[in-house]
Write a protein that binds this ligand. Structure first.
Ligand code: KG4
Ligand code: ZN
Length: 331
């Protein structure tokens, strides 16, 4: 079994995954509530909390899997990208866990984790496939020809889709993290009430995204409506805003499928937990006659099982070479 750890942002995560991709346990301790009073993740607070939680979260993952450290043959950890202090907690802990038993250690790229989330479970996606990753820090389309790597075809030029959800939610007075709350509020609104821009930077020859324009459009709409009207139209604003973000993601995905000639599509990242995106992409797959892999929400948002998934496809470092391994805010 692989013991996988993930601490790149504000979730402390540990999981046990087999070499075949079976998830034996997947424990996620979210710090959402802790950071909500600040309206966003405070890096130093996140690092300190990871330090307090990681031992218990790892013990919980072992216990839920009915396993002990004797069953662990490899340790995997997110090396980056992410908050450097937060990453360091996971990397240091993983090194210590591996070194005490002289186990190999697999350093994993967090984004590779999101890309390979759908390779877990009973019905894993097989390469080659197209993957849409939309999270709080990243938004990109990638081509996976073999599961050990991925090639980015297009990415956001400014805000990530999750960032756009969070900033929009804040403009609408919703709590943090805003994405799930906006998703809920949007269900009560009319997505066609406001006409927010669906940007496609670079036109049809590009697969890049841009979400800063839609965010500004929402800001102006709220300002123009005034406090009372904006409050009355909150659900319509949320639904129309979500529609614009989802449409931009879906349009680019459709374009990528056509351009790359792929018949398998997987999605990942926190925004892949969005209900409208999930149903829209399912519809798209039906229309295009391709297969889609939509992981359960807990494998879309940050988790350690996906780090274990990616670890199966990367080279592990033997003991004691990894003792000099460093976390990296950017890869
Ligand atoms: O992948 P993730 O957990 O962390 C990063 O690697 O960034 O993604 C977190 C992002 C946040 O911006 C959050 O608001 C967004 O994913 N998110 C959602 C939903 N659930 C999480 N956005 C829209 N709808 C959701 N249901
Ligand atoms: Zn992530």
């Amino acid at each position: 079994m692989i013991l996988a750890l993930e601490t790149s942002c504000d979730d402390t995560c540990a999981a046990l995954v087999t070499d075949e991709g079976r998830i034996e346990s997947n424990v996620i301790s979210s710090q959402g509530l802790l950071h909500s009073r600040y309206g966003g993740v405070v890096p130093e607070v996140a690092s300190r909390r990871h330090l307090e939680l990681i031992d218990a979260v790892t013990a919980d993952a072992l216990e839920s899997a009915g396993a002990s450290l004797d069953d662990v043959k490899r340790v995997a950890v997110t090396r980056g990208p992410g908050l450097i202090g937060a990453l360091l907690v996971g990397v240091s802990y993983a090194k210590a866990m591996a070194a005490t038993r002289k186990l190999p250690l697999a350093p994993v790229d967090h984004l590779h984790g999101h890309v390979t989330a759908s390779t877990l479970g009973e019905d894993p996606v097989q390469a080659p496939y197209l993957c849409l990753v939309a999270s709080g820090g990243h938004t990109f389309l990638a081509r996976v020809d073999e599961p050990g790597s991925y090639r980015i075809l297009g990415q956001t030029l400014d805000d990530a889709a999750g960032e756009a959800f969070d900033k929009g939610a804040r403009l609408l007075g919703l709590g943090y993290p805003g994405g799930p709350e906006l998703d809920r509020l949007a269900r009560e609104g009319d997505p066609d009430f406001f006409d927010f821009p669906r940007s496609a930077p670079g036109g049809s020859s590009s697969l890049d995204f841009s979400f800063s324009g839609v965010k500004t459009a929402l800001l102006y709409a709220v300002r123009d409506l005034g406090e009372t009207q904006a409050s009355d139209r909150r659900a319509d604003l949320a639904a129309s805003y979500q529609r614009a973000i989802v449409a931009a993601l879906v349009d680019r995905t459709a374009q990528a499928v056509a351009r790359e000639g792929l018949v398998r599509l997987a999605i990942g990242g926190g925004v892949a937990a969005n209900s409208e995106l999930r149903s829209s992409l399912e519809g798209l797959a039906g229309t295009l006659g391709i297969r889609i892999w939509i992981p359960p929400p807990e494998l879309c948002t940050d988790n350690a099982a996906m780090i274990g998934a990616a670890a199966r496809f990367v080279d592990s470092l033997p003991y004691p070479g990894y003792l000099s391994l460093d976390a990296a805010a950017r890869l």
